[in-house]
Ligand binder design. Structure first.
Ligand SMILES: [Zn+2]
Length: 147
């Protein structure tokens, strides 16, 4: 199923589904929401349940867990490409940068690929995204916040 906020990637691409357990006809799915502040949680839950029922499961239980917390590193490589094509800057890998980050995360313009961008607001239309403006082509665009 597509991410309700980003139709080009599915929740599995985003690395949100953590575990699937099957007991008889019952299926238990555990997922980690991308951000606890995302308003799409209910939609995701309902979407997973519907998808699993569609596969023939009689009983579906969908649980969300915040431990371990979701990280942008769980996003599948090909999903990052599709995000870029869709016009959303994929997050820079959070990686093993440790506690001290000397360089800010690199974000590039999805239209002209320039790194010369500036952040216009900490949070975009949802808590998951940031708004940037490209200094090279003057286009505003959305970027993921690396967590
Ligand atoms: Zn640009």
């Amino acid at each position: 199923m597509p991410d309700p906020e980003i139709p080009v990637v599915s929740i599995t691409d985003m690395g949100m589904v953590r575990a699937v357990q099957v007991r008889g006809g019952a299926v238990e799915v555990t997922f980690t929401p991308t951000f606890s502040g995302c308003p799409a949680l209910h939609t995701i839950r309902a979407g997973i349940e519907e998808a699993v029922r569609g596969l023939g499961a009689a009983e579906v239980e969908v649980r969300s867990t915040l431990t371990p917390p979701w990280t942008t590193d769980w996003i599948a490589e090909d999903a990052r490409e599709r995000l870029r094509e869709y016009g959303i800057a994929p997050p820079a890998p959070a990686g093993d940068t440790g506690l001290i980050q000397l360089t800010p995360e690199t974000t590039r313009c999805p239209r002209c690929a320039s790194f010369d961008v500036r952040l216009t607001a900490s949070f975009g239309p949802t808590l998951c995204k940031r708004l940037y403006v490209c200094n090279a082509c003057q286009e505003p665009f959305e970027g993921f916040k690396s967590v």
